[in-house]
Ligand binder design. Structure first.
Ligand code: HEC
Length: 129
């Protein structure tokens, strides 16, 4: 009996987590289309030689904290994404709210074949200077 109870609670819990991620991604998609799509493109493919891809990006998926910081504060200088070096400049988005940055990251880290755990507003806040 106890076991069944635990399974039910666990089942409900994981449903809630998935719903949180789905809702965050839906908000993130709208924000992405406003703030990021011009360079990284609708399908996250970027543009060869200029804007690195987010779809299937080893660089993006490798380090969650680094991605949070780069979106908050921008980045310039060389970076290697899927074996190709980019040396451009990305603007900061620190004026967005913690939840908005989390939503955008949840969208790009779980779209176009990417898959990862949810990022929370609290985790974004922890990376602010
Ligand atoms: C004006 C063009 C432009 C816009 C708009 C832009 N980026 Fe970028 N982004 C770049 C460039 C250029 C780089 C590479 C910077 C470098 O070479 O140092 C980059 C790098 C990145 C990277 C790390 C590399 C990778 O491909 O994994 C991520 C993640 C990223 N951008 C996400 C975003 C998100 C999220 C937004 C919207 C909030 C955004 N970018 C808006 C141009 C842009």
């Amino acid at each position: 009996m106890k076991v069944i109870f635990v399974i039910i609670i666990f089942g409900i819990g994981s449903f809630l987590v998935n719903d949180d991620l789905k809702e965050s991604m839906q908000r993130g998609k709208k924000l992405y289309n406003v703030y990021c799509m011009a360079c990284h493109m609708t399908n996250g493919d970027g543009m060869a030689g200029a804007f690195p891809p987010l779809a299937g990006s080893d660089y993006l998926m490798e380090d969650k904290k680094r991605s949070i910081k780069q979106i908050l504060y921008g980045y310039s200088g060389p970076m290697v994404v899927n074996g190709i070096t980019y040396n451009g400049n990305m603007d900061p988005f620190e004026s967005l709210e913690d939840q908005q940055i989390a939503d955008i990251l949840n969208y790009i880290r779980n779209s176009w074949g990417n898959s990862s755990k949810i990022i929370t507003a609290k985790q974004v806040k922890a990376e602010r200077k």
